[in-house]
Ligand binder design. Structure first.
Ligand SMILES: [Zn+2]
Length: 467
């Protein structure tokens, strides 16, 4: 089955060009300038024409940080692989990389099997896994090699959450040595959890229990300190490090400095840190619980630094850290004790739109939008050029985006399985029009046409920034 995406403005990380895009089966086979003999010859033998005139044609979004049905604090994030990947497709994201979560005392390979069982047959779009390592020991370190062979070569560790995911500096060092030896990437949640826990305990003892305390007890300096420490450990071991969900100016300074010195340090940020702030955590009543995630939303003045970091490439990727918990029943577990509010926010559906808003306001160029949302994520996690670009041979993950459409984000209209929107009432210029996942139309004319199980597991290569 051949599909022709006709007359759109194709946007890739290297710029924009008006072109017709020919898809054969699951792949893009050719691009041609509209009106040329080559392009005019195509419609005769295609099954379907998608009219993209006046619209953008983008490589599908790649969200490398999601948590579908993730266990946290006695509950699970509210999107399953089925509902979460469907919502992603609605928003123009055609690949996610989710996290398998090792529970203490269990093996990495058994963990990977469990996550395969959750995702297999349920995803609307393609997916890969990172592995969360919460128990560093001889077995785990050996199993890292087997995970790499299985296409899972990025390992997330935590300097936060003592007693749950927390790893000591010594454990981080051992995992980083293994990463240096194998070419794997260590992903780091960089917040000083030991110090934070003391601030949390003190706040609770003093009767400060509102959601805003979640932000006030996790100051930006403790993200900056942990980021520096992670970078130092990476330097000592020779491992690359990727800082996840970077949220603050001190952390960005640490990343910038190390990159200027030539170290293999990378970082991502998320839309919530670009658009939301501590003011949202401080909303009256218990409303702030909707905005509890870690690291916390920061005072507004950090946002300008993050946009600048995106322009200078000190921030290379924008992911969502999508980890939705319903306000009713889930977030409410923390009424009267902010430390019991499940950490996480919904967002997988709106990343492309929110970043396009950055294009509209002049923070990002069109090419940079595509680069941080698709191309760099693909290269960083070993999926390029199969994913992350519009080129002959690439998977036909294609988003036709209408840059002039207007929409208002709301829980009433979103497709994520969660009862609130962190962006309720946000006015967005631009909207996804049509989405192809490996050549198959999954979103068209306001309808979802995909199926659970269309999405396939992606065995990833090592980071393409390191070789
Ligand atoms: Zn996360």
């Amino acid at each position: 089955m051949r599909t022709l995406v006709k007359g759109g403005t194709v946007i890739t990380a290297s710029g924009t060009v008006v072109a017709d895009v020919l898809v054969d089966g699951e792949r893009i086979t050719a691009l041609a300038a509209p009106g040329t003999d080559v392009a005019d010859g195509w419609p005769a033998d295609v099954g379907k024409v998608v009219n993209a005139a006046g619209k953008y044609v983008l490589p599908g979004g790649i969200d490398v940080h999601t948590h579908m049905e993730m266990p946290f604090g006695g509950t699970f994030s509210a999107d399953t692989f089925e509902t979460g990947t469907r919502a992603a497709a609605w928003g123009g994201t055609t690949t996610i990389v989710d996290f398998a979560v090792q529970a203490k005392g269990t093996s990495l390979l058994a963990t990977l099997d469990r996550w395969h069982a959750k995702a297999d047959g349920n995803c609307a779009i393609d997916y890969g896994f990172h592995m969360i390592v919460s128990d560093v020991n001889d077995t785990t370190l050996k199993e890292m090699g087997s995970c790499i062979d299985a296409g899972v070569n990025s390992f997330k560790m935590f300097m936060a959450y003592p007693g749950v995911f927390y790893a000591t500096d010594g454990e981080i060092l051992l995992a980083m040595l293994k990463a240096a030896e194998t070419g794997a990437t260590i992903m780091m949640h960089a917040e000083n959890g030991i110090a934070i826990d003391q601030l949390v305990a003190r706040a609770l003892a003093e009767g400060r229990t509102d959601p805003v305390q979640h932000g006030l007890t996790r100051p930006p300096e403790l993200e900056g300190e942990a980021t520096s420490r992670a970078i130092t450990l990476a330097k000592v071991t020779g491992a690359p490090v990727y800082i996840v969900h970077l949220s603050s100016a001190p952390a960005l300074d640490a990343v910038t400095q190390s990159r200027d010195a030539g170290q293999n340090v990378f970082a991502e940020t998320c839309p919530q840190y670009l658009y939301l702030s501590l003011d949202d955590l401080a909303r009256p009543g218990f409303e702030g619980a909707k905005y509890v995630a870690s690291p916390p939303l920061r005072p507004k003045e950090h946002q300008a630094s993050l946009w600048r970091g995106l322009r200078t490439n000190d921030l290379s990727v924008v992911s969502t850290d999508h980890c939705p918990f319903c306000f009713a029943e889930q977030k409410e577990m923390g009424r009267g004790d902010f430390a019991k509010i499940p950490n996480g926010m919904p967002g997988v559906e709106h990343r492309m739109d929110l970043l396009h808003q950055g294009v509209v306001t002049g923070e990002l160029s069109l090419a940079r939008w595509v680069e941080v949302a698709s191309t760099t994520p693909a290269r960083m996690f070993g999926l390029y050029p199969r994913k992350g670009t519009i080129a002959p041979g690439a998977d036909a993950d294609i988003v036709v985006y209408d840059p002039r459409a207007q929409q208002t984000l709301s829980a009433r209209t979103h497709h994520m399985n969660v009862d609130y929107s962190a962006y309720e009432g946000f006015e967005i210029t631009g909207k996804v029009d049509t989405v192809l996942s490996r050549g198959r139309v999954v979103i068209e004319a306001g309808k979802y046409l995909g199926t659970a199980g269309h999405g396939r597991f992606l065995k990833r290569e090592l980071s393409q920034y390191l070789r």
